[in-house]
Structures are given as structure tokens and as C-alpha cells.
Write a protein that binds this ligand. Structure first.
Ligand SMILES: [Zn+2]
Length: 121
């Protein structure tokens, strides 16, 4: 593997086009511009199990220090059960699962709203 091929973070987001720029701007604001691997999966925390292989690959290849998970309001993948409680519960669960697998990494979970970004869990 090439040296210096490390990034600061891995970000897991929903595919939803309405939140792509919002989330990228938020991560830029955290000093992560062009410095994170991006994994997209419908529903984000809802389908964390389906993205584990990609997360593993990102961590193995690029040795990030942090993992960000972003759910968002009005998520089609959540369908009928798009409640705040359901998002919060899945984000908390995602944080627990990721912390157990990657105990040395900082795991940050967020709920993206149309007008603000909220840390959850
Ligand atoms: Zn979504």
C-alpha cells in the first residue's frame, strides 16, 4: 500500500440527493474536505449491516480516526416509520455496534434536517 494514503474519517450517509451538499458542507466545516471516504446506503443507520463490508474496507485501506453516520429527516428508506424515535434508536444502535468493532475510533452520529445538523446519540 502507498504511504500517506490515509484519510481522517469515514462517512456513512443515505443516498438522498437532497442531503448530499448539506452533508458535504457540514463535513467541510469539520475540516474534512477531501479527507473522508464516503459510503452511501439507503437509510444509513437503518441498513448499517449492509454497509459493514464497505466500512471495513475503508478502515483497512485508509485508517481513518472517526466514523460519521448521518440519518436524515423525511427519509424514503424509512418509509412509514420515519419517526424521530426510530432514527434515534437506530443511530444509537449503530454507534454501539461500530464502537464494539472499532473501539479506538470516534463514532459520531447525526440527524440531518433540512435546516440544521443535529448530533444524536
Ligand atoms: Zn434517506
Amino acid at each position: 500500500m502507498q504511504n500517506g494514503h490515509k484519510c481522517k474519517a469515514t462517512a456513512i450517509t443515505c443516498i438522498d440527493f437532497r442531503f448530499v451538499t448539506k452533508i458535504a458542507s457540514f463535513l467541510d466545516g469539520k475540516g474534512l474536505n477531501n479527507n473522508y471516504d464516503l459510503i452511501t446506503i439507503p437509510g444509513a443507520s437503518l441498513n448499517l449491516d449492509k454497509s459493514m463490508e464497505s466500512i471495513n474496507t475503508s478502515i483497512k485501506l485508509h485508517e481513518p480516526d472517526e466514523i460519521y453516520v448521518f440519518d436524515h429527516e423525511d427519509c424514503g428508506a424509512y418509509g412509514e416509520n420515519n419517526s424521530r424515535e426510530n432514527h434515534t434508536s437506530n443511530l444509537v444502535k449503530a454507534k454501539k455496534i461500530l464502537s464494539a468493532i472499532y473501539p479506538l475510533m470516534k463514532i459520531k452520529t447525526y440527524m440531518a434536517h433540512f435546516n440544521l445538523m443535529e448530533e444524536v446519540g
